[in-house]
Design a protein around this ligand. Structure first.
Ligand code: PLP
Length: 444
């Protein structure tokens, strides 16, 4: 037999033992990691692909010694930059199974079981958001694809109105999606609280008639601010615009009763997204995309062709690929479905609350210290702050020193153009003691 790739006699040696051991180690301790150096990585990996293969020892050694250590651990308890990833143990193992099974979750015909399970999560989110019966959605590979998919449907609804009202705090992927879709941005300035409001939208739109879509954030990425969704929904109603809520970072917090009031108005959105790989502790590559009325999404996204029309087994067949941009798709909602089924929603609520509480505690510490100044009280898990006398060079030096001492991985940011410190708390195992360590790093 010439096939060395498949089956029980495939030439992989003890790869399964090595893989399981590696995953267990990672789940025990995910290091902050290092920023890889291009010349040394290129040199160490040169020749790793040849005609005959390196065999298990050679290939594994390159993975274990070169590839794996030369990354930053977004899933580290001490990763406080960008938006962290902190996948739960259950999602990591279920993701491994998703890889093995390759459920083809683009269509009901191929992946009914996986799609039905994913839809349980979509239903949970729809019900928390107060979406009406008939709302539906699907999983995509991430927030950028989710935003693109939703805005493509918004474009169809907007007709020849080519402008999209977007806050100056919106995520970069929104701008990118609008560019790809050939739409124009009407940038709406936000005030000191970084919140998009109905009034700021009205002021920016004036009596223009070319605005057909409004994009709001359910937790902006830089400051973690939930926009005035109720006000945005009012304006969308007044001008008959499509309202999309980008909740990739923060919308999982709608599951917390104490934050529910902050999301009033979401029930009037035409579409929204949530990234379970952010604040629902799923593995990377997972976005839940929801439409209040999915029929227009089906018109926009359904792909046609001789070999694909067979996917439409019946009028009510539930095909994720009819609702978003991706066709072949791993069942990226299955890990979070499994974790929710295993642990329940309350365990996820408690895990989310840890990040919110740490952000509040960090804010208290910054307010109490004479050298630091909080820019705004954190609404979710992001803390923005000033340090007396520090500009962009000092912030960079601070980030480098924290990484060198293995205290934390942080990335400075800006607030209305001013270089500031930014910390994002999410990992449920980030220790409380990190607050004192960070305050010390800011006092010297
Ligand atoms: C992370 C993020 C995105 C992009 O999501 P990806 O999963 O990285 O593609 C979009 N919007 C917001 C608000 C985000 O925080």
């Amino acid at each position: 037999m010439s096939d060395r790739l498949h089956g029980t006699d495939s030439a992989v040696g003890d790869l399964s033992d090595r893989a399981v051991e590696w995953i267990k180690q990672r789940l025990t301790n995910s290091p902050i990691g290092v920023i890889g150096d291009k010349p040394s990585l290129d040199a160490a990996l040169a020749g790793s692909i040849n005609d005959d293969g390196l065999g298990i020892d050679g290939a594994w050694e390159r993975f274990e010694q070169v590839v794996a250590p030369n990354n930053i651990g977004l899933d580290s308890e001490r990763f406080l930059a960008f938006i962290p990833l902190s996948p739960s143990v259950a999602t990591v193992w279920m993701d491994a199974i998703v890889s093995a099974a390759n459920f083809s979750a683009e269509s009901w015909l191929e992946g009914a079981g996986a799609v039905a399970a994913e839809n349980q999560v979509i239903e949970l989110l729809c019900s928390a958001a107060g979406m009406p019966a008939g709302a539906a959605g699907c999983f995509m590979s991430g927030g950028s694809i989710g935003n693109l998919s939703a805005l493509a449907v918004g474009r169809a609804r907007a007709g020849d109105r080519r402008f999209v009202a977007v806050a100056d705090t919106a995520h970069a992927s929104v701008d990118n999606a609008l560019h790809l879709l050939g739409l124009e941005t009407l940038e709406v300035p936000t005030g000191p609280d970084c919140r998009l409001t109905g009034d700021s939208l009205r002021a920016a739109i004036g009596d223009r008639r070319d605005v057909g879509i409004i994009v709001a954030s359910g937790g902006s990425t830089n400051a973690g601010v939930i926009d005035d969704l109720d006000g945005c929904a009012d304006v969308a109603g007044e001008i008959d615009a499509w309202l999309h809520v980008d909740g990739a970072y923060g919308l999982a917090t709608i599951l917390l009763p104490e934050l529910h009031a902050r999301f009033v108005g979401l029930d009037r959105a035409d579409s929204f997204i949530v990234d379970p790989h952010k604040w629902l502790f799923a593995t990377a590559g997972s976005c839940a995309l929801v439409y209040r009325e999915p029929s227009l999404a089906r018109q926009v996204h359904t792909q046609h062709g001789p070999y694909i029309d067979v996917l439409r087994t019946s009028d009510d067949a539930y095909n994720p690929c009819d609702l978003g941009y991706q066709l072949t798709r791993r069942a990226s909602g299955l890990p979070i479905w499994f974790a929710l089924a295993l642990h329940g929603v309350d365990a996820h609520r408690a895990a989310i609350r840890h990040g919110i509480r740490l952000a509040a505690d960090m804010a208290d510490a910054l307010e109490a210290h004479p050298l630091t100044e909080l820019i705004m009280r954190p609404e979710l898990g992001v803390v923005l702050f000033r340090r007396a006398g520090w500009g962009s060079d000092e912030w960079k030096a601070w980030a480098n020193a924290l990484l060198a001492s293995r205290t934390a991985f942080v990335a400075p940011s800006t607030y209305k153009g001013e270089p500031v410190g930014r910390l994002v708390f999410m990992h449920p195992r980030t220790p409380d003691t990190i607050i004192d360590e960070l305050m010390l790093s800011l006092s010297t």
